[in-house]
Design a protein around this ligand. Structure first.
Ligand code: PGA
Ligand code: ZN
Length: 439
């Protein structure tokens, strides 16, 4: 039970140079916690609302002074006067204070910043690591390190290039621990850079720190990843496997998927065939948003066709919202959910969604946003909830490496913490045995 003494928000910058909120909660005991809210680019329609000022005189309308005011005045006034609080009570109070379905009154950015900062302050007050505090809130006894999904080639809304799919990822599933997984990933990243340079491609990076070359096809992108894995001395499909985030909502309109960069359009059924072909050719174990957020029918087709062998992750379609996840479970859509705290707006609601997913046998992938910050909370969050997987971009740009580095710290401080590799990925080809990291 903690008593909040003070809450203060500050308008600071995210990794794209746009403003965001950093909120600090100070407890009566003197313990403090802060949180910096991330921001998406390929945003799901039903996400909780990120409140921006729309005042063209500041930050091209993207200022967050209104959200800041809501924290410093509306929220602070109420929660600083209510005595002892637990996380659930605080989050319920924030939801009621907002009073809207999508948190558009106070702003999900304002609400989430207070919710997470309070959790961190409580962890400090209790003198325990943040992940341990999260584990207690989540009622989770299965604390473990997540398998990292590293996004090495960026396309779609995250890069100014020809790739229609947004993310081409590697997953070092055969690593025995986090340090080996990160080292392996970093070696592949450098080998990929050399290969792209040699072929005359630009090696500037996109929003999530992956390279953003103008490649001629998705096939070519996956080929580059496989070659880089081999060049780094790892076995493709054994030590390291692949994953995609198509972010298909971004190129979908009225029944048609238009892939400009790849020069063609497809129906849902045809896109399903394209994905099935890629899966048969490359060791792809996970596909996120293979279909658009409002194309539930094609999602069902995809789930029937690939759901027994591939992890199908719902991001825009579920938006970390129990209502949409429950609908997906009922309709047999996807078998995994992406977890983004700012899509729903409080810590407690996010934990509830994770619980619903786990109960239904859906795997859970905790995720950063494309506009992120140096805040590494999601690393602790993924460990404490035992989510199993963490998607947090490439191994460049400090807002991405801050999360990986925090995982390395947690592993080092703990001495040993379980890392389950391929067994974290709910549907995959070879039945889930742990691979050898042969290097
Ligand atoms: P976003 O991208 O943060 O721009 O939504 C991340 C994702 O789609 O997974
Ligand atoms: Zn996504």
């Amino acid at each position: 039970m903690s008593v909040i003494d003070r809450i203060r928000a500050l308008e600071i910058l995210d990794s794209r140079g746009f403003p965001t909120l950093e909120t600090t909660v100070t407890l009566k005991s003197g313990a403090r916690g802060s949180f910096i809210v991330p921001s998406g680019a390929s945003v799901g329609t039903a996400e909780a609302v990120e409140l921006r000022d729309h005042d063209a005189r500041r930050y091209l309308g993207k200022g967050v002074k209104r959200a800041l005011y809501n924290v410093d005045h509306h929220i602070a006034r109420v929660v600083c006067e209510c005595g002892t609080l637990q996380q659930q009570e605080l989050d319920q109070m924030l939801i009621e204070l907002d009073g809207t379905e999508n948190k558009s009154h106070l702003g999900a950015n304002a609400i989430l910043s207070v919710s997470v900062a309070f959790a961190r302050a409580q962890a400090q007050e209790r003198k325990i690591p943040v992940y341990a505090h999260i584990a207690e809130l989540a009622n989770n006894s299965d604390i473990r390190l997540p398998v990292p999904m590293m996004n090495f080639l960026n396309g779609g809304a995250h890069a100014n290039n020809s790739l229609d799919f947004q993310e081409f990822m590697i997953i070092p599933v055969g690593a025995p621990n986090m340090a080996a997984a990160i080292r392996g990933g970093a070696e592949v990243f450098q080998c990929l850079k050399l290969a792209l340079e040699k072929a005359g491609h630009l090696t500037t990076v996109g929003d999530e720190g992956g390279f953003a070359p103008n490649l001629s096809s998705h096939d070519e992108a996956l080929g580059y990843l496989c070659d880089a894995i081999t060049a780094a001395g790892f076995e493709v499909g054994v030590d390291i496997v692949l994953a995609l985030d198509c972010a298909a909502t971004e190129f979908y309109q009225e029944g048609t998927y238009t892939m400009d960069g790849m020069g063609g359009s497809a129906s849902g059924e045809q896109l399903c065939e394209i994905l099935a072909k890629l899966v048969s050719k490359y060791p792809i174990v996970s596909i996120e948003d293979g279909m658009a957020e409002d194309d539930w029918e094609s999602w069902q087709t995809l789930s029937t066709k690939l759901g027994n062998t591939v992890q199908l992750v719902g991001d825009d379609i579920f938006v970390t919202n129990p209502k949409f996840l429950k609908r997906g479970i009922e309709l047999g859509v996807a078998n995994s959910i992406l977890i983004k705290l700012n899509q729903i707006g409080t810590l407690t609601e996010t934990l509830e969604v994770i619980q619903i997913a786990k109960n239904a046998g859906y795997s859970t992938v905790v995720s950063h946003r494309s506009g992120d910050t140096e805040d590494s909370f999601i690393a602790d969050f993924s460990v404490g909830t035992g989510a199993g997987q963490l998607k947090t971009g490439s191994l460049s740009r400090s807002e991405r490496t801050s999360k990986y580095n925090q995982l390395l710290r947690i592993e080092a401080e703990q001495g040993y913490m379980e890392f389950r590799g391929l067994n974290e990925i709910s549907k995959h080809k070879d039945g889930g045995q742990q691979c050898e990291f042969s290097s």
